[in-house]
Each structure stands twice: as C-alpha cells, then as structure tokens.
Ligand binder design. Structure first.
Ligand code: TTP
Ligand code: MG
Length: 365
C-alpha cells in the first residue's frame, strides 16, 4: 500500500514569528534574527532571515556584519525564544488535528512529519490535505509554512524544500515517476548530504541525483563506504523509516578518526574537513534509525595522549546535519584550538530521543 507522508516546515521560522506574531510592522521587511551589528562590533551570526532579507543574499549562519553590508536597511532582532517555543507548540496543536499521536514525528522546533495515508489515496487528495494543513496553520498561528508530500519521509522533506516559502509539492508515488522527479536535483537535496559529502560526490562527477541513480551500489562503495546503499536508496526515493521510532535502545552514536600522522593545530582545513566527515557519517547513521540528538560532543587527543571531551546540549532535539556540524566546529574553535599537534578527533551524538515525547518534558529551556 502506498504511504502518504507529509513534511511540514515553517518558513523563515524565527523571523516569521517576529513579523507575524510579535511586531506586524516588520511584515514585508528584511528581518534578520541575530545581534544588531550597528550597535557595536559583533561576532554573532544570523540565526535566520525573512525571505525579504534572503533576496539580498543573506542566509542562516552568516556573520551579522556581512548581512548588514549586503542589506544596510535590514532590521536586526535579537530573538525571543519563549515566543518561538509558543509558536512551535501552536503549530504542533494544528498538526494533531490531522493525525494521531502515533502518526506524527516532530524533528525540530519548526518541522514535523505526519503520516496522512488514512485520509489520502491519490496525488490530488494529497494536495488537498496539504492545502488544508497549510491554511489551518496560517489561520491558527498566523505563520507561513511549506509542505511536501511523498511516499516516505525522505521524499517528503526533499519535496518541501523544492518550493519555499508557502509551497506545496506532491511527489509522484509511482517508483519510476519518482526517480524522474528526483533526477534533476542536486545531491545536496538529500537530508544528510552535507557540504563535505557533496564535495566528495562532485569530485567524482556526481552532481545530480540522476548521477547516483545510474550507478550500482557496489560502484558507489569506493566513494561512500558503508553509506553507499543509504545514498543510493535516497537518490531513488527509497526510505523505509516509519514515522514512529522505538529508538532501538541506543543512547549515543560516535565516530572517531586517528590520524596516520599527527595533525598540526594550524592545519584548520584538515581539522574542519575531518569534523565534517565525522558528522556526515554520524548523520547517515542517525538517519537510518530516524532518531534525533540533542547533545553533540567532540573528543580530541593531543600528541601527548591528553584527551579532552567537550559537549554542548542544544535547546531542542533535532536531526539537523547543519546544526551538528556547526556545533562540532564551534566546540573545537571555542575550547580546543590549542597549540599542540592532534592525534585523534571524534564526534559523539547523545541524548538520542523520540522528539515528540521529549518536547513534552523539556520544551526549550
Ligand atoms: P530552518 O527550518 O532550517 O530555517 P527557517 O525556518 O528559518 O527557514 P526555511 O524557510 O528555509 O525553513 O530552521 C528553523 C529555525 O531554527 C530558524 O528559523 C532559526 C533556527 N536556526 C538557528 O537558530 N540556527 C541555524 O543555524 C539554523 C539553520 C536555524
Ligand atoms: Mg523552517
């Protein structure tokens, strides 16, 4: 039986809350959530930007000083987490009117999957349900969102990203049509292919999902190792994860690399590349279980065998690859960039959980 999985992702979430729920004067304006660079030198970054600000090339993670130079009229707001938390809860309340507890999985503060198979038997109906959910979210929370629907979680998320903001995209359920639908997309469309993996694939002449589809899994192994099947499946629109995940009893995932030769602390390129590769590998493991993490740790062993572990717990569980990589890099830069050669680097994800139940316990502290 065809499954119909919807993925809902709020558009420019923090910025939209500022515009539509806190200060309507900001509607239609280029809004950046982050410290105001005109109030003194700041090393802060843009957490997100309204779509008006994105037209100037402003993106999440960009230094606020750069955002200001791209768009001097951009309005910076420092952010109001309690409001984002409230908006997230309101958005989830709407989703619960479309699917029961066991058919919803929240994967970050502004994203969730719903299994809507029970109320859907073809693409037209899928579009209708998506429209209804989008309208209900707008009515109830005042916020815009985009929705993708596909036969599984991976395709649903890819579909959401194809048409933002306020988009609705329904992927064809037929396997051949689905492969064609995915074929022209860049390899980065797959959740879990970060910039490091993408660069590796590009270096092998693999740019679009059609390039991955046309290879066999054994042909991909020299490039992707253990993740070859995972990548091939995703490129072909295959993903057997269910909306509900038992967690498989795991409490953490970790991966580490011992360098063949100690790495100089000045070789930042090598260190960042290694952290990126470790994150790519952990993210694909995580993706297979369908779990989210809340704590990222990095372990570092210097040439004298001193070993240090530093951790950061995020405000909310997430399965984001970007957040994982950024947190690992920040942990390194803030704590561990010492002037000693490095022998080993490792990344660990813990506080693995079923997001929905965790949200109820902690909400965002
Ligand atoms: P996203 O869903 O990745 O981004 P978004 O909702 O702002 O924009 P889009 O329309 O592309 O979905 O992230 C949700 C919120 O999480 C975002 O509004 C702000 C926060 N966030 C950070 O704080 N830091 C980050 O690096 C990212 C990517 C997001
Ligand atoms: Mg979003």
């Amino acid at each position: 039986m065809t499954r119909w999985i919807a993925h809902v992702d709020m558009d420019a979430f923090f910025a939209s809350v500022e515009q539509f729920r806190i200060n309507p004067a900001l509607v239609g304006q280029p809004v950046c959530v982050g410290p105001d660079p005109t109030e003194g030198p700041s090393r802060g970054v843009v957490r997100t930007a309204s779509y008006e600000a994105r037209e100037y090339g402003i993106t999440s993670g960009m230094p606020v000083s750069k955002a200001h130079s791209l768009c001097p009229e951009a309005i910076f707001v420092s952010g109001s987490f309690q409001h984002y938390k409230d908006a997230s809860a309101d958005f989830m309340t709407v989703l619960h009117s479309y699917a029961d507890e066991d058919s919803i999985r929240k994967t970050s503060i502004d994203e969730a999957y719903l299994d809507v198979s029970h109320s859907c038997s073809n693409s037209t109906e899928a579009h209708g349900i998506a429209q209804s959910i989008q309208d209900a979210i707008k009515r109830s929370t005042r916020l815009p969102c985009s929705i993708g629907i596909g036969p599984n979680m991976s395709v649903a998320k890819i579909s959401t990203d194809m048409n933002k903001p306020m988009g609705i995209t329904v992927a064809p359920p037929d396997p051949d049509a689905l492969r064609e639908f995915l074929a022209p997309l860049d390899v980065r469309a797959i959740n879990g292919v970060g910039s490091k993996t993408a660069d590796k694939l590009y270096n092998h002449g693999l740019h679009e999902l059609r390039d991955i589809q046309s290879l066999s899994i054994p042909q991909l192994v020299p490039i992707m190792g253990n993740s070859a099947k995972w990548l091939h499946d995703r490129a072909c629109g295959i993903d057997d994860r269910t909306i509900r995940s038992s967690g498989n009893g795991r409490s953490s995932f970790s991966k580490e690399t011992t360098f063949a030769e100690n790495v100089s602390p000045n070789d930042l390129g090598m260190i960042l590349k290694t952290l990126g590769n470790l994150c790519d590998s952990l993210h694909s493991k995580l993706n297979k279980t369908g779990l989210a993490y809340q704590t990222v740790s990095i372990r570092l062993r210097y040439s004298d065998f001193t070993t240090i572990l530093r951790s950061k717990t995020l405000p909310t569980p997430t399965d984001s690859h970007t957040a994982m990589e950024k947190t690992a890099i920040n942990l390194y830069e803030e704590n561990l960039a010492e002037n000693r050669p490095i022998r080993l680097l490792g990344v660990k994800l813990s506080s693995l959980q079923d997001i929905e139940s965790q949200m109820k316990l902690t909400q965002f502290v």
